[in-house]
Design a protein. Structure first.
Lengths: 643, 327
């Protein structure tokens, strides 16, 4: 079987590097920090603060993310701060915030165990979130029914009572058809709709065309299965709707999220114990990064940056006015680099040259920057493009702080190791840069930063380190040090008193918009991407351990397509999209339906899957459509792979 | 045996499948628990209703008991006397009842525990079992009285039920055998296995639901095995290591620990244990890093943690090497 030499694992960065005559060379910390700061100063002086962009790190602590956004807003003076949440769950945050006012999953893991019905939509939790799935398994063992909605019959789907194998990008027709069936069967929760929602009549009218038969034609899911899911979800006493990137990595991802939220609003499966809406997050602190304000439109604790009272409070605490407008998100920042309006960037712990859709394009854009500073634990492909590389500690085991998980639980991170060589803690590095740029920042301990967060973010106010330690983490919101809130959000929507109830959650009227990358005769197959159990994202971390499960990149084909193409397992095949071409060994997976092709993004140095994917982004959240690429798969002519 | 099956049945959750369409609540929420008064060696103790006797008697030795698992009642080292009960009862699984009188240190209890430790100690390598040396001392266990230990065997995986040959009585039968080192992540050293079944339960329906291992063979030839004794890379194993987390004897261990023990460098007195958050997905698993000389040598998870209940996946348990590839 043809086999490439596995990539040598990445080795930790132990010294700062600076670029001289086109080459990176080791430098002292003083020299590297001076250069990094000077470049920022030069660009901000020449083009204003909005020429700066911060890519904060979804795998660093809350404290680090708080300092990173404060650095952006106070030291530089722009709101251009974002993190890789943009490539995964920003639409979940945007959709949940639009409906409920805050962007977190609404339930707790314990409630997954205590629910009657779980719908896993576009989520292969068995592989991508294995310990979350253990809570699902507990529930299954106790009698909970599970529906899996996924184009692939994944290992998750194998645990479900029903698998609804929809066509890629037809989530809205399916959700709308489920809604229509619930309404027609009279199973919608009129009490909840009257009390806690708005826009029901328009919504009901909008789903009317999606009869089960019409939805079957568009989604490929049998009408009977659509009806069954609709009735089971509506009739369950408690039901959970969970999703992952199968929902969010689409050009209309925020609409997809709203389509799922509509179902919960229709049935009252939100705001009660055991019923909720749960995006499963992909990085260990992608929830916390957003919660801390390392996003362009919110300040710590989901506070709206457009609200003058909120800005005034932060400005008082920080001693600098905050721009009264949204900054650029990660996708917009990359575009601004291309347009020449963003000339300097500070990238912390991110690898956009390999994680972004249409990767070649991203490399070109970063190449246009006047000054790029990358702070990472490895010399990633992105770091190799930098003018200054700052060696950081690994947040999860070499620093103190907190992180926030998918159930909004803020938990303590504790230092177990000393960083190697001269590598330093992220926060220490940012403070050193801030001092060079005229801000005398010193934080002795992570807890001091956390206490500053607590003083500014009401939903974190009651979470002292002592309490987090004692309770093994606390879910937000936690407003006071002497009380705990319920484990689920939005119970206010059930209140009888409209004053207490607050703003009702609006239904969203949604239009079906098929994937941008159309299938045609030239590109007849639908490529979708995802994770495997033992690997992670661009493989920088997971490439470091010797997993017996790892088989490198493959292109997974249905048995039918493999036969039609005359391809045998292990054979090298060429995969082409409208943007690029890669070759990879074929793997035949009966879990795929004809027409569907699957690849991961774990081995970009061997097979750069993201050179195929399309950078069609969601207009609201800016997430790219990784899940739907039109491709062609061909046999490699000439000497076939070495098998 | 009836005692065991009854105990298991009492632990089994209520499972009622809903009708098609699912109208009923299938998962009842647990009611609050009352406290129950019992006496332990004459002293009054109060524990929550439904607890096992073990909750009332701290310091009781246990081997097959797992705080995250349904009791298996396999090892019998935790037995106590309950007034009115004909036989000794396993403290790990018998539930407390109001007014129960429990005796933990009678001669009958001590004799039984001693015999259990002697039989296990004569047939199994307990050198890495936490507590085994102290308990053997405390109960006066003398495994050597069964004679010198028999030779390690290499054919245990191939023994069929009924094929067992008794030894001549001059040497103690043992389960000694070469350790199975068939992957880079963890080692199975079944010469240390006491057949507590905890790994099987953790791999199977109680946690991981992967079912890569089960019990093969009968009687003294019984052993934990993959399907057809296949090496792990050819088995259903997904390397979550949740079997290592529950193994009470060190039969299952990180390859890093196994190699360091072989090299004589494993030194728990120089190790720190720090609980932090896993670096991979957003579930937020708590990982306890065992660190010796600034190197992660082993990873666990707190058993009482609401996110993990002591379980991790392959990345959380074994995916730490990238931080210590220091060039």
């Amino acid at each position: 079987m043809a086999k490439k030499t596995p990539r040598t694992p990445y080795v930790r960065l132990t010294r700062p590097l600076v670029r001289d005559a086109g080459e990176l060379r080791p430098a002292s910390w003083d020299e590297a920090l001076d250069r990094a700061a000077e470049g920022f100063r030069r660009n901000v002086e020449a083009h204003g603060p909005d020429a700066f962009g911060m890519f904060s790190c979804a795998r660093a602590t809350n404290e680090m993310n708080y300092v990173a956004q404060k650095f952006t807003r106070v030291v530089i003076g722009t709101n251009n701060v974002d993190s890789c949440n943009r490539t995964c769950h920003a639409p979940s945050v945007a959709g949940l915030a639009a409906a409920f006012g805050s962007g977190g999953g609404t339930s707790s893991y314990q409630e997954i165990e205590d629910t009657d019905l779980i719908v896993l939509w576009g989520s292969s939790a068995r592989e991508a979130h294995p310990i979350f799935f253990q809570h699902v398994l507990k529930a299954i063992r106790r009698g909970t029914r599970v529906f899996a909605v996924d184009p692939r019959r994944t290992s998750t789907a194998r645990w479900a009572d029903r698998w609804l194998g929809l066509n890629v990008g037809t989530d809205i027709p399916l959700a709308n058809a489920i809604a229509r069936e619930i309404i027609h069967a009279g199973l919608h929760n009129t009490t909840f709709i009257e009390r806690g929602t708005s826009g029901f009549a328009e919504f009901a009218a909008s789903v009317e065309p999606w009869t089960p038969a019409a939805a079957e034609r568009e989604t490929g899911v049998p009408a009977a299965a659509i009806r069954e899911l609709a009735h089971a979800y509506a009739r369950a006493d408690r039901a959970q709707l969970c999703w992952t990137l199968g929902i969010t990595e689409h050009h209309n991802a925020t609409d997809n999220v709203r389509a799922l939220i509509n179902l919960a609003l229709l049935t009252g499966h939100v705001g009660r114990y055991g019923s909720g809406l749960n995006p499963l997050r992909g990085q260990n602190n992608v929830q916390g990064g957003g919660d801390m304000g390392a996003i362009p439109d919110r300040l710590a604790g989901f506070q709206d940056i457009l609200d003058p009272a909120v800005r005034a409070r932060f400005a008082r605490a920080w001693g600098r006015e905050i721009q009264p407008r949204h900054g650029l998100n990660l996708t917009d920042m990359l575009a601004a680099m291309g347009a020449g309006t963003m000339t300097t960037a500070y990238i912390i712990g991110e690898n956009p040259t390999q994680s972004e859709a249409d990767a070649e394009h991203t490399v070109k854009r970063l190449g246009l920057l006047d000054h790029l500073v990358v702070q990472d634990i490895f010399l990633t492909k992105t770091a190799r493009m930098a003018d200054v590389v700052l060696p950081a500690g690994a947040a999860w085991c070499e620093s103190d702080g907190t992180m926030t998980n998918s159930e909004r639980r803020v938990q303590r991170v504790r230092k177990a190791l000393d960083p190697p060589g001269e590598a330093r803690d992220d926060i220490e590095i940012m403070c050193a840069l801030a001092r060079r740029l005229g801000h005398d920042w010193h934080y002795e301990r992570a807890e001091d930063i956390w206490d500053e967060v607590r003083s500014l973010s009401p939903i974190h106010a009651g979470m002292t380190y002592a309490r987090l330690e004692e309770r093994q983490g606390i879910q937000w919101p936690c407003y006071s040090e002497d009380r705990l809130e319920p484990s689920f959000l939005h119970s206010r929507l059930w209140e009888t008193d409209p004053e207490v109830r607050g703003r009702p959650a609006p239904f969203a009227v949604l239009r079906h918009s098929p994937p941008v990358d159309r299938l045609d005769q030239e590109f007849p197959l639908r490529l979708t991407t995802g994770r495997r159990l033992d690997s992670y994202n661009t493989g920088v971390q997971s490439g470091g351990f010797a997993s017996p499960l790892r088989r490198g990149e493959n292109v997974e084909l249905s048995p039918e397509d493999a036969e039609r193409l005359g391809v045998v397992p292990g054979e090298q095949v060429r995969i082409s999209s409208r943007r690029g071409t890669v070759t990879a060994p074929a793997f035949v997976d009966p879990a795929l339906r004809p027409g569907l092709v699957f690849m991961t993004m774990h081995f970009p140095d061997e097979v750069d899957t993201n050179s195929l994917t399309i950078e069609a982004t969601d207009p609201i959240a800016g997430t790219a459509e990784y899940k739907a690429t039109a491709v062609r798969v061909e046999k490699v002519l000439g000497p076939a792979g070495g098998h | 045996m009836t005692e065991r099956s009854e105990e298991i049945k009492r632990h089994a959750p209520v499972v009622t499948r809903p009708d098609e369409g699912g109208l009923t609540t299938v998962v009842p929420l647990a009611p609050p628990r009352r406290l129950v008064d019992v006496t332990v060696d004459g002293e009054p103790v109060r524990v929550p209703e439904g607890s096992a006797i073990l909750a009332a008697c701290s310091g009781t030795p246990t081997l097959c008991y797992g705080d995250t698992l349904t009791p298996k009642n396999a090892c019998r080292v935790c037995v106590v006397e309950v007034t009115g009960s004909r036989t000794l009862v396993p403290a790990c699984s018998r539930r407390v009842e109001p007014g129960m009188e429990i005796t933990t240190d009678s001669e009958r209890v001590r004799h039984s525990r001693r015999l259990v430790l002697e039989l296990l100690g004569s047939s199994t390598d307990l050198s890495t079992t936490p507590g085994a040396a102290e308990w053997s001392e405390e109960y006066g266990a003398w495994p050597e009285r069964f004679g010198p230990r028999g030779e390690p065997s290499t054919d245990r995986d191939a023994r069929h039920p009924g094929a067992h040959e008794a030894t001549d009585g001059a040497t103690a039968a043992t389960v000694a055998q070469p350790a199975k080192v068939d992957n880079d992540l963890y080692v199975r050293d079944y010469g240390k296995c006491i057949l507590c079944y905890k790994c099987v339960d953790a791999c199977g329906e109680q946690w991981q639901n992967t079912f890569a291992i089960g019990v093969a063979g009968r009687g003294f030839d019984a052993r934990i095995s993959t399907e057809h004794a296949a090496p792990l890379p050819d088995s259903a194993c997904v390397y979550c290591g949740n079997c290592i987390e529950v193994c009470p004897t060190g039969a299952l261990s990180f390859k890093s620990e196994y190699d360091m023990r072989a090299a004589g460098t494993w030194d728990e007195s120089r190790q720190t244990e720090t609980t932090t958050i896993c670096t991979y997905c957003g579930v937020g698993c708590n990982v306890t890093l065992h660190v010796q000389d600034n190197e992660i040598v082993k990873v666990g998870s707190p058993h009482d943690n609401p996110v993990t209940h002591g379980n991790l996946c392959v990345k959380g348990r074994f995916g730490f090497q990238h931080v210590q590839n220091r060039g």
